[in-house]
Write a protein that binds this ligand. Structure first.
Ligand code: C2E
Ligand code: MG
Ligand code: MG
Length: 713
């Protein structure tokens, strides 16, 4: 093998090990690097592969080596003493007696682990999008980390700095059970939380470290303890990940510390992202201004109350409280005073109720109350009188004493309705009666009250008459492109101008229209009117997109697609300028069916947007599959941004925008009321806005003026 000696220098200078062996595994030549790779052997020269490799490895070599298979060359890998070795074997056939294997061995351990680490970081980021809550996220993180570090004993701690509490939301340990939440003390985990530094405590320096830092060791003492802080975007420590070993043979190294530190960024990001999205949910249940529960949670509570009442054979009362003179306060004293008044009213209402009752802000100046386990109608009368004559008296705002009056409507379960919708609708009808009778009073629901509204609608002829008489009208609210500042579209919003009750907002009649199926002809009329109007603007040279709200019943209707198709043909509007708004709840109700319908809508060229995003429940995996063009962030998030300007709220808006963009959608913010909100939305690359800052929903004539202002100028 002299010719090999010639190349000795060359081979020895390589990073890899080189071995030449024959079929008996006798080593004919190896370079010096082999000694580095098989470092635990003291031998300087190896004569047989069997001296180096385990039986299992030899088996593998026999199976894969090009020598035995007579391949030209072959690549494979073996695990040797925790190292990941990659072998490239080449068949050499110098002459018949000398069939040899020329193998280059490289230690890919680091490369392999780097790859795994990259993969692990990616998987953590991914999983935070696809699990619903933190309880599902933690075990996933644990499983993912298993690939790169020893995690037999693994826990995640989080810090609540406001309350000075440490929590252990995830804790897997061979010896100890999961600790309860407690005041932040002097444990090792707390050391990581407080200093924001990672530490690897091993037996050599353990005693000294514990003594110097005055650490209280808790639980079973481990051999190695490795803790790494979790930091959020602002570099605040929000928690720690910890791995421990109780086995002298399993030790953590600085390399492990690096790995865990590297992964910790991603873990922290995943946790904050999840916390923020939980915050979104929380925001979806509470009114930002008054802190009262909102409609969503109110409905939920009422549902629960009805359930209990049914079981216990009790009554439940639903009260609808509407301020009589709120518009006056708002208009004459300004919105800030209006807001202050709403806050005061909220706290007064809360004050006169029991803890088990619920008061919520239904919208604007309307409040709804659930009284459970009521004993007599008289109690409700007493409470109503107290609200009107005591609680709403003596309200002072900006030094001005105001005389606040309200109209209250009351419905009782089960006599006035057996489900939430009916009870609310009937309490609302009773409230209207109270207003009609001269305000500042309360009314119990009587069946004839509701008849008025439903009767007018319920007969289909009447509805057509109402449409024909132009009792329904569409208002248009502009949508603006944030980059250009131009109006690029509008949302059409329906109103009912009743002969006796004045203009009713959609929530007063859309639910009834849904219930009586009259939403089908009404919805058809709305789509048609919106398209006609939009075509008119197109003909005038404004290429606007019109958004039309589609209600659940309409979406379920089998001929929705035909109606849209026919309307587009009839009005000659290019389909790409029509956008259907659907809420999360509608989309998620029967997700598989939804995909089908949406795809058909898309085939027609019509756009789809998801309305009130963040107030319902969305499965992200479905969201990914739906062909949605636009995501509309619900106004509750936008209004909260302006109000307290807290960083967290900013983050939430940011995350939703980000999510929309990641899913390939445009994002529109609705309910934008201030310059401050615009600035922020611009910062986060939100595409479009809609809200009072540009204009309230207006009629055609006023909209033309807006077009002049925002497009022609
Ligand atoms: P939506 O689709 O989320 O419509 C947005 C609502 O927010 C509208 O209320 C709009 O007037 C209001 N809004 C717009 N900008 C601002 C703002 O800056 N601040 C505040 N506080 N509010 C703002 P509207 O017109 O009362 O509609 C309420 C809901 O009724 C709509 O919510 C939609 O779900 C439903 N709706 C309205 N028109 C139709 C329709 O033609 N068909 C169906 N099926 N539903 C409709
Ligand atoms: Mg809408
Ligand atoms: Mg909306």
């Amino acid at each position: 093998m002299n010719h090999l000696n010639i190349y000795k220098d060359l081979f020895d200078n390589r990073d890899e090990a080189i071995i030449i062996f024959n079929k008996k595994f006798e080593i004919i030549y190896h370079n010096q690097n082999l000694n580095k790779i098989v470092s635990n052997s003291n031998k300087a020269v190896f004569t047989n592969l069997k001296d180096i490799f385990s039986e299992k490895n030899i088996e593998k070599i026999k199976e894969k080596s090009s020598l035995f298979k007579q391949y030209k060359s072959n690549k494979y890998s073996v695990i040797y003493d925790n190292k990941f070795l990659s072998l490239k074997s080449t068949f050499i056939n110098t002459n018949k007696e000398q069939e040899l294997d020329f193998t280059i061995i490289s230690d890919r351990s680091k490369k392999q682990r780097d790859l795994k680490l990259k993969d692990c970081v990616y998987k953590i980021a991914e999983s935070s999008h696809f699990v619903n809550d933190l309880d599902q996220l933690y075990p996933l993180i644990h499983k993912i980390l298993e690939e790169v570090i020893y995690t037999e004993n693994f826990y995640i701690a989080t810090a609540d700095w406001d309350k000075n509490i440490i929590n252990f939301p995830y804790f897997i340990d061979q010896y100890d059970g999961r600790p309860k939440s407690k005041t932040i003390g002097n444990g090792l985990t707390e050391y990581v939380l407080k200093t924001g530094e990672s530490i690897l405590v091993n037996p050599d320096q353990c005693e000294r470290f514990i003594k110097n830092e005055k650490i209280n060791v808790q639980g079973q003492k481990s051999v190695d303890w490795l803790g790494v802080p979790l930091k959020n975007n602002s570099n605040e420590t929000i928690g720690a990940v910890v791995v421990q070993s109780y086995d002298k043979k399993i030790r953590f190294t600085e390399e492990d510390q690096k790995i865990l530190t590297f992964a910790s960024d991603q873990i922290a990001m995943a946790i904050t992202r999840k916390l923020d999205s939980l915050e979104i949910k929380k925001k979806a249940y509470y009114d930002q201004l008054t802190g009262l529960t909102n409609r969503v949670l109110f409905n939920d509570r009422l549902n629960q109350a009805l359930h209990n009442a049914n079981r216990e054979q009790q009554n439940v009362a639903v009260m609808f409280v509407d301020l009589d003179n709120f518009k006056y306060v708002n208009d004459s004293m300004g919105h800030t005073s209006g807001d202050s008044l709403l806050k005061i009213i909220a706290s007064r209402l809360k004050k006169c109720l029991r803890k088990t009752d619920t008061v919520s802000r239904w919208g604007g100046d309307e409040f709804t109350i659930i009284l459970s386990r009521i004993k007599s109608m008289q109690d409700i009368s007493i409470l109503s009188n107290r609200i009107l004559n005591e609680e709403f008296r003596n309200v002072t705002i900006d030094g001005q004493d105001l005389r606040i009056t309200a109209s209250i409507g009351i419905s009782i379960y089960p006599q006035d309705g057996e489900d939430i919708e009916t009870l609310i609708k009937n309490a609302d009808a009773a409230m209207y009666k109270a207003k009609e009778k001269g305000k500042n009073q309360f009314q119990f629901f009587k069946p004839k009250m509701n008849k008025e509204i439903t009767e007018r609608m319920s007969n289909e002829n009447n509805l057509y008459k109402a449409i024909k008489n132009e009792e329904f009208l569409l208002l248009f609210q502009p949508q603006m492109d944030l980059k250009t500042g131009k109006i690029i579209g509008f949302e059409s919003l329906v109103r009912w101008n009743t002969p006796d009750k004045g203009i009713l907002p959609p929530y007063k009649f859309i639910p009834i229209a849904e219930e009586t199926n009259l939403i089908i002809p009404l919805g058809k009329w709305i789509i048609e009117q919106a398209c006609i109007q939009n075509k008119k603007w197109h003909d005038e040279g404004f290429k606007l997109t019109c958004a039309v709200n589609i209600s659940a019943k309409q979406f379920m209707q089998s001929d929705l697609l035909e109606i849209i198709q026919a309307t587009l043909e009839k009005t000659n509007l290019n389909p790409e300028y029509l956008e259907l708004e659907l809420t999360e709840t509608i989309l998620m109700d029967d997700a598989e069916k939804t995909i089908n319908v949406l795809n058909k809508i898309k085939e027609m060229g019509v756009k789809i947007s998801i309305d009130d995003f963040g107030t319902g429940y969305s499965s992200l995996s479905y969201l990914k599959k739906f062909p949605i063009d636009t995501l509309k962030i619900d106004q509750s998030f936008i209004s909260s941004i302006g109000r307290d300007g807290k960083e967290k709220n900013v983050a939430i808006a940011n995350i939703v925008i980000d999510l929309g963009h990641k899913l390939g959608m445009k994002v529109i913010a609705e309910g934008v009321e201030t310059e401050q909100q615009i600035k922020l939305l611009k910062n986060y690359a939100c595409d479009k806005i809609q809200g009072y800052i540009i204009s309230e929903p207006v009629n055609e004539i006023e909209f033309n003026l807006l077009l002049d202002k925002y497009i022609k100028l």
